[in-house]
Structures are given as C-alpha cells and as structure tokens.
Ligand binder design. Structure first.
Ligand code: PMV
Length: 351
C-alpha cells in the first residue's frame, strides 16, 4: 500500500479556467494586489487555459522548484513570474518545501490572438495547486475552495479573481454590495433572463503583444489627475450594474458597457506617461457597430480590454443578425474573430 506521502508524489491534477471580460473595469491598484475600485465581469466559455500540475521529489535546493511549460515548450519568462507568485504565496502550498512542481499549460485561443491570458492562466494555476493542497489536508472543495482560489488568483493577476464563477462576477469592496471583498471575487446570481446567454465576439484587430504591461498601466493611476473621480465612478457603476443585471435594463447596460471601455482608454490617454492602444480598425469597428445598432434597433454593444481588440456583446437571441453583421459589415476591420459566450466557470478535468 502506498502511504499518503507517496501518493502525493505522483499527484497530477488538471483544471480548465476561462478568461473573463470586465464590464466595469479594474484599473489602478495598491498594496498587495488590492484594487482601487470594484469591478464586474462576464465569465467567458471558449477562451480558457488548461493547467496540468504534477508533483515529484525535489532534485535541487531552490525554495521553489518549478518547471513551467506552455504548449509543450519551456516558457522561461512566464515561468519566472509563476515561480515568484508561488514563492510569495507559499503559505497556500504546504508541499512547496519538499516537492518539485511541473506545470503544463495551454490556451484554447491562438497564442498571438492578443487576448489577455493572465486571468485564465493564474486562475487555472491557482485552482490546480490549491486542489492539491486541499486534498493533502483532506479538506472539502466547497464554496470556500473557490473563494480561496479567487484570493490566490488575485495575487497573481487581479482580473483572475473574477474567473472563478459562472456568468457575472464582482471583485472589490463596495458599500452597496453585500459580501463584496478586496480579497476575492463573488458571483452575482440575481440575473434577469435578458442577460442570460450573453455572447461575446472578440474582433482581433491586432495580434501584437501588449505595448504596455498591466502592471505599468495600473501604476500610472497612482499620480493620475483624474484618479479619485474615476475610482468613485467605478464603485458607483459597479453597484448600478448589479441592479441593471437584476432588472434587465438593456439600454442602461449598453450605455455603461461602452462608457466604461472608453473611460479605461481615456485614463491611459490622460496619464502622465500617456499612451494609445486603440488602432484605426478599433475606431472603424466601433463606429460601424453604433450605426448598425441605431439602424436595426438591435441590442449590441462593444467593450475593450487594455488593447485594440473589440469585444462585441449581444444576447443569444440576436446572434443571427449580429453575426451576419460581424462576418460581412465588420469584416474589413479585424484579422480574425473568436466567437465566445457566457460560461459556467472553471472545471476540473481529471479526478
Ligand atoms: O488583471 P490585470 O492586472 O492584468 O488587470 C486587468 C485590467 C483590465 O483588463 C484592463 C480590466 C479588468 O478589469 O479586467
């Protein structure tokens, strides 16, 4: 019979964690990954990271012995970031002093798609390693497990905290939202049928790597002339969005979603070290989409992440008309399109 310790030697778990797109944006952080304002996002389905984590005996005396592979090849740069994340948060991993960790990671979306992968990657890494810790300690993987995984994922990438739940997730302390926390995200469950089955078509306008990292972007909010007003606005909007999702007010959703996207980019353009991430294709796509909405009276809107790509959001009930428009009317604006939709949160792929 193998002892528990021997069993843990060969332990191998695989988790799939989706990416998410913020409707109310997190931009600006303080202390140890504490957001300056609360945010609320839609969890995706087809854009995900899969992480297989395996333990073995250590062969070196490094504090953290990690081999990190991305799509079959050693990825030194991201591996170093993950090793630092593990070292900084070693209290979550009782095995880290004795065990070497091998992580094999892959994304469902093409490497050069220009989709931010840190949310799904840190989400999946956190779930896989915390799963091992919970198993070692004989702990139930209940609601508290996902809350702790959200906390841990936040320490790797703030937006990753929101990938732990189906559909809509909120992160950041907010007076008006019960149980909201800076440490972890929570699921927003009171959703009107209007916002069930939302679709997100991601128009890849440019697929170059990010010009300015998220960390640098967040830090530029530190001495930003509009920071305080922005943080206040985002907190108010997060609470307002919870209500919009509950009452099914599509018009208010569209207005908030688009204004948030433009406000995020306005913050970048007005920081002391200003920069511009939108491209001509971004603007053409946005203008055409607004025209299409006006002419056809179809509830479709856009949002942006920290890059030039355009996320087109619409209810599933309108997919035929909107997707015909994306495939024809918008075709000149993007390199490729990824059709995604509201997802059910992370899943474990082996037992
Ligand atoms: O999770 P980070 O540190 O990469 O920050 C992401 C910030 C935005 O994607 C621009 C907005 C958000 O709330 O996801």
């Amino acid at each position: 019979m193998e002892t528990d310790k021997e069993l843990m030697n060969n332990v191998k778990v695989t988790w799939r964690c989706p990416s998410n797109i913020a409707i109310v944006k997190y931009w600006g952080k303080k202390g140890i990954q504490i957001p300056c304002n609360s945010s609320l996002s839609l969890t995706l389905s087809n854009s995900f990271t899969e992480v297989e984590a395996q333990l073995s005996d250590k062969t070196t005396d490094e504090a953290v012995q990690l081999s990190y592979f991305f799509e079959g090849a050693v990825n030194e740069k991201f591996g170093q970031r993950v090793a630092k994340f593990l070292e900084d948060n070693r209290e979550f991993f009782p095995f880290i002093a004795e065990k070497a960790i091998t992580i094999n990671s892959s994304n469902s979306f093409p490497h050069s798609a220009g989709i931010a992968s840190s949310a799904s990657a840190f989400g999946a890494i956190s779930l896989a390693l915390l799963d091992i810790s919970y198993s070692m300690e004989g702990k139930e993987k209940d609601e508290a497990f996902y809350r702790e995984a959200s906390n841990l994922a936040r320490l790797g990438s703030g937006s990753a905290s929101r990938s732990m739940y189906p559909a809509f997730a909120q992160w950041g302390e907010n007076d008006k939202i019960q149980h909201s926390s800076n440490q972890y995200a929570i699921e927003i469950t009171d959703i009107h049928p209007t916002f069930r089955n939302m679709k997100d078509a991601i128009l890849i306008i440019e697929d170059e790597p990010k010009k300015v990292s998220s960390s640098v972007g967040h830090s530029l909010m530190n001495n930003h002339p509009y920071a305080e007003n922005r943080f206040k606005q985002a907190n108010e909007r997060t609470a307002e969005l919870v209500n919009i999702l509950k009452t099914g007010d599509m018009e208010a959703f569209i207005h908030m979603c688009e204004s948030e996207a433009l406000t995020l980019h306005a913050m970048m353009m007005t920081s002391m070290d200003y920069y511009l991430l939108v491209k001509p294709g971004t603007i053409t796509a946005i203008e055409k989409l607004m025209e299409f909405r006006k002419e056809n009276n179809i509830p479709v809107c856009f949002t942006l992440d920290a890059g030039p790509n355009v996320h087109v959001l619409y209810p599933k009930a309108y997919e035929k008309q909107v997707e015909a428009f994306i495939n024809n009317g918008l075709r000149d604006t993007y390199k490729k399109v990824i059709f995604d939709q509201e997802g059910n949160g992370p899943t474990k792929l082996n037992s």
